[in-house]
Ligand binder design. Structure first.
Ligand SMILES: NC(=O)c1ccc[n+]([C@@H]2O[C@H](COP(=O)([O-])OP(=O)(O)OC[C@H]3O[C@@H](n4cnc5c(N)ncnc54)[C@H](O)[C@@H]3O)[C@@H](O)[C@H]2O)c1
Length: 267
């Protein structure tokens, strides 16, 4: 590893599993002091311990990103240990069965599901940005987690998709508000990444449909997303801000006819 983050402090939300855990590990492996934040204390602790086991420096932070007081306390705890924040990756989302699992057809959507989705996915990102930018003394890099679901429609998951669309707009507002201070803000928008949560949420036939939609034969892994997040968090992307980068093995790059034709040709 190149040590692109030597001496820098990185805060990753939703770091207790899946993509967030991989991003925290990558930043830690490249020299960052990592705050591994998650709603689940066990997940945050496991990620921080894994980074330390590989020779890095990390602290676990237990916090609900939708709760402003908890966010303030978590950021303060990180700053008390490491003095500052240079990188924020706001990745946490409400993906549990009670929220994402009930984000189904619009005409029967429970408004509580909509509200909790927005609280965690969107307000959570706002709170993290609001409380980390003031402790970025020399500028910084923010990477928000959107999704291809924020770029196209579907018959289900309207709350999730709307929250991920809003994050694309919010990315531009954060980039605009803080650009003069040297704070960049970008978003990443993955298609299916085979985390345990994603695997649980999809049936075998839905997984097969998603494979048919990809132009490339391979799906994105958590490490592929971590590569992109680390790039956007590093000085290698110093002139990129306000952008959303799609990482989807070619899922959105074509009309659906491509997938339909291919499944006709190779049933
Ligand atoms: N996996 C995919 O296919 C996929 C595709 C596109 C976008 N994404 C996005 O990537 C991100 C991570 O997804 P994942 O698949 O790794 O999921 P995951 O369930 O493995 O990780 C999400 C983490 O967020 C934490 N979390 C949930 N609510 C929280 C809260 N209120 N405060 C703090 N932490 C909280 C969970 O405890 C969990 O550890 C999400 O934003 C998701 O929308 C995932």
């Amino acid at each position: 590893m190149t040590g692109r983050f030597d001496g820098r402090v990185a805060l990753v939300t939703g770091a207790g599993s899946g993509i967030g855990a991989a991003c925290a590990a990558r930043l830690g492996a490249e020299g960052a002091f990592v705050g591994a934040l998650d709603l689940r204390a066990a997940g945050a602790k496991a990620t921080a311990a894994a980074i330390r086991a590989h020779g890095g420096t990390a602290m676990a932070l237990t916090c609900d990103v939708s709760d402003e007081k908890q966010v303030e306390e978590a950021v303060a705890a990180l700053v008390a240990s490491f003095g500052r924040v240079d990188v924020l990756h706001a990745n946490a989302a409400a993906l549990d069965r009670e929220v994402y699992g009930r984000d189904r057809e619009l005409d029967t959507l429970d408004v509580g599901v909509w509200d909790r989705t927005m609280e965690v996915n969107l307000r959570g990102a706002l709170l993290m940005v609001k409380h980390t930018v003031p402790v970025m003394p020399d500028g910084g890099a923010i990477v928000l987690m959107s999704s291809v679901s924020g770029l196209v429609g579907d018959t289900v998951h309207a709350a999730y998709g709307a929250s991920k669309s809003a994050l694309i707009g919010f990315t531009r507002y954060v980039a605009t508000a803080y650009g003069a201070r040297g704070v960049r803000c970008n978003a990443v928008a993955p298609a299916l990444v085979m985390t345990p949560t994603a695997q649980r949420a999809l049936t075998p036939s839905q997984l097969a449909d998603k494979a048919a939609e990809r132009l490339l034969p391979w799906p994105c892994t958590v490490d592929d997303v971590a590569n992109l997040v680390a790039f956007l968090a590093s000085d290698e992307s110093r002139c990129i801000t306000g952008q959303t980068l799609v990482i989807d093995s070619g899922t959105l790059a074509h009309r659906p006819q491509h997938a339909i034709q291919r499944s006709r040709d190779h049933p």
